[in-house]
Design a protein around this ligand. Sequence first.
Ligand code: HEC
Length: 131
Amino acid sequence: MLLRLTGLALLCCSALWFETALAHTSYTVTDDNKLDPQTYRGYLLYRNWCARCHGTFAQGLAGPNLAKSLAQSSKDEFMQVLISGKTGRSGVMPAWRDNQQVMNGREQLYNYLRARADNAIGPVQPQQGPK
Ligand code: HEC
């Protein structure tokens, strides 16, 4: 009986831990570079609007390496900078609040960059894969 209870408690804890650990994992990567359709859409937005300053696959150019940056900051911080912009040591990050495409796709955009930050996909050309 005691053993069964302990087992149950363990199960609960590991489930909780698992959920916390995966809380920000809302992308799927298969075969190293195939993104689920939503995350692939995020990549396309990234390519259209962000790559010229942050590098083709977010590895950094005039603007900082976003794979590194996201590994060290929260989703809230990301959204804040995206919406309102930021001026710092490396220059001016424009505000995107008036860009409907970027605003509507900000979750997908974040997921692509999150996948880069988690190293689920490297600095390689993504393809659209299964859901
Ligand atoms: C005109 C160039 C330019 C474009 C386009 C641009 N950024 Fe930036 N971004 C910058 C610069 C420069 C910084 C660094 C500002 C600073 O010195 O703090 C920055 C900073 C950021 C940061 C904060 C990172 C950090 O480490 O401080 C995020 C997040 C970010 N950009 C996301 C994006 C996203 C997403 C897009 C596309 C929708 C985008 N940026 C488009 C230039 C750009």
